[in-house]
Design a protein around this ligand. Structure first.
Ligand SMILES: Nc1ncnc2c1ncn2[C@@H]1O[C@H](COP(=O)(O)OP(=O)(O)O)[C@@H](O)[C@H]1O
Ligand SMILES: [Mg+2]
Length: 240
């Protein structure tokens, strides 16, 4: 039996709206495991807390409860719900990648450098990093004439492919994917699906959210369904 790379136990995230002194739950009682070479899919309606789980693992959000046990390359178990910032930044650089729903990047950086950035951060020499970025952009069918242009003016689908390439380039051991194909045309979606399949073969563990149930069927080894947490609202504050 394969040992889990990631083991989430009773994860919950609640937001405190200070100005109204209200607590808004975004995910609760989440339990799941992710294995090397396998993909675990999170499903559930909008607002069920799917993105909140990924953001808790990547520590964009500090979890409110539970354990997020990650097994490092060195074989150590780190609780991502409690690890210090320094440790989290180090793991993001080397072991955990996140493809968010939207591309966030500096406006003047070329697509090639946006994609190569995670390799620069690891100390890979500039030309080698750009070479690997070019290979990946070619695989994802981003036209070569765009590689030296900042992605700010790209179409939604082009931006998303740059975003994916950036998340994939450093070959993290754990990859978090938040609707990576949401703005792609069918042909590009197929390329991305094929790429995710090859990633599985290389042993990467993935925790992913897909817009289309078909993709869940094709790619997921495990499916975890989340239901929206019940909000605690005072009766007089209820909005009909
Ligand atoms: N930063 C935040 N502040 C307050 N509420 C949030 C925040 N992020 C998410 N939420 C709330 O948490 C719930 C779950 O959101 P999300 O994880 O984005 O769901 P999903 O990805 O399943 O659509 C939603 O009700 C959302 O409004
Ligand atoms: Mg979401």
């Amino acid at each position: 039996m394969n040992t889990a790379l990631l083991d989430i136990q009773n994860y919950a995230k609640t937001f405190h709206l200070h100005e109204r002194d209200k607590f808004i739950p975004s995910a609760s009682h989440v339990n799941l495991s992710v294995y090397p070479g396998k993909l675990t899919a999170l499903i559930g309606p909008t607002g069920a807390g799917k993105s909140s789980v990924l953001k808790g693992v990547y520590r964009t959000y500090l979890p409110s409860a539970g354990h997020i046990l990650f097994r490092t390359a060195a074989g150590e178990i780190v609780d991502l719900a409690q690890a210090d910032e320094h440790r989290i930044l180090e793991l993001r650089k080397t072991e955990i990648g996140f493809v968010t729903q939207f591309l966030h990047c500096l406006p003047r950086k070329s697509a090639l450098d946006v994609v190569a950035e995670p390799l620069f951060a690891r100390g890979v020499p500039t030309e080698e990093a750009r070479g690997r970025a070019a290979d990946l952009l070619a695989q994802l069918a981003v036209p070569a004439h765009l590689w030296n242009v900042p992605p700010a003016t790209f179409s939604g689908g082009e931006k998303q492919r740059v975003n994916l390439a950036r998340g994939l380039i450093a070959q993290p051991r754990l990859l978090l994917l938040d609707e990576p194909t949401a703005s792609l045309d069918p042909a590009t979606t197929e390329r991305v699906v094929a790429h995710i399949e090859t990633l599985k073969d290389t042993g990467i563990a993935m925790l992913a959210i897909f817009h289309h149930p078909d993709l869940v069927k094709r790619l997921a080894d495990d499916v975890i369904e989340l239901s929206p947490p019940v909000a605690i609202v005072e009766p007089e504050e209820e909005i009909a």
